[in-house]
Design a binder for this molecule. Structure first.
Ligand code: CCH
Length: 287
């Protein structure tokens, strides 16, 4: 009957769980990619989509997925994130009703949970925006800088010192790539499992400048296989930050609790959720 309006598909929790399951099932599909998982680079994509937020102007944040477009895709900080965006294309093709901006954040949530991290509560409702909503370059942190810079960048997003340190624990995951950031190597011995090892290593290991032609970074004296960025080292060089590093190094449960809360906050920066939007928690596949 042509007089009847077509029924709008309104996705429910079960539909998002299906997308979650699809991402989870693909995380380790390419054995030769990095340490065997796309998880870390998906977390970085979700973070860089969100971390452009400016609380003063309300611009940036995870609503929009504007990193699909140049100039934002070409910002130095986003080098290499095409791997994560491309990874998610077949998922978008299978579930075309989900927005890119909800998909990227769902992928970040999925990656953290599947890499044995805490549950990250999720709300849907991000809308994709066009190239005009791209944020200016320089909103994400510069790894070569120290505590003043970290505070400027993260205070602009609306985070405090404790939250900054909790967020940095994500560097337990993944690695640096010379063809992306110029830096090299992983922060921990288990880059596809979320633990509080980043904090433990910061405190317990001796760190020295790596002797090489690349950008200034640290290596652990003992094995010379792990790395820290100057920005990572800043959180034990700063007294107030270091207090939180000690808390998280000593207590993985406390880290997980605070990490879950601060990542949820990060992933919702700048999103105008409709009133009454439900908060969901997805069931892990790899539990
Ligand atoms: Fe990060 N991060 N990050 N980071 N990051 C890099 C990689 C990852 C900084 C710099 C870098 C957070 C905070 C900061 C991840 C998650 C988070 C790289 C290497 C640099 C450089 C990129 C490459 O070469 O591939 C700086 C500076 C800060 C300041 O605080 C926060 C916050 C998060 C998430 C909550 C993850 C995960 C990676 C690994 C990506 C991969 O491909 O393995």
């Amino acid at each position: 009957d042509s007089n009847v309006a077509p029924k709008l598909f309104v996705p429910k929790f079960e539909d998002y769980q299906k997308v979650y399951n699809e991402i989870a099932s693909r995380l380790e599909e390419k054995e030769d990619y990095d340490d065997g998982s796309y998880g870390p680079v998906l977390v970085r994509l979700a973070w860089h989509a969100s971390g452009t937020y400016d609380k003063e102007t309300g611009t940036g944040g995870s609503n929009g997925a504007t990193m699909r477009f140049s100039p934002e895709s070409d910002h130095g900080a986003n080098a290499g994130l095409k791997a994560a965006r491309d990874f998610l294309e077949p998922v978008k093709a299978k579930f075309p009703w989900i927005t890119y901006s909800d998909l990227w954040i769902l992928a970040g949530v999925c990656a953290i949970q599947e890499m044995m991290g805490p549950t990250i509560p999720y709300r849907a409702g991000r809308q994709d925006r066009d190239v005009a909503a791209c944020t200016p370059d320089g909103r994400l942190p510069d790894a070569a800088q120290a505590q003043d810079h970290l505070r400027n960048i993260f205070y602009r997003m609306g985070f405090n010192d404790q939250e900054i340190v909790a967020l940095c624990g994500a560097h337990a995951l993944g690695r640096c790539h010379t063809d992306r950031s110029g830096y090299s190597g992983p922060w921990t011995f288990s880059p596809t499992v979320l633990t509080n090892d980043y904090y433990k290593l910061l405190i317990e290991e001796k760190w020295q400048w790596k002797k090489w032609n690349g950008p200034k970074q640290y290596e652990d004296k003992k094995t010379q296989t792990l790395m820290m960025l100057p920005a990572d080292m800043a959180i034990i060089q700063d007294k107030k930050f270091k207090e939180w590093v000690k808390v998280y190094a000593a207590d993985n449960d406390k880290f997980f609790e605070d990490f879950s809360a601060v990542v949820k906050k990060l992933f919702e920066l700048g999103v105008p959720f409709k009133e009454g939007t439900e908060t969901w928690t997805f069931k892990p596949v790899n539990a």
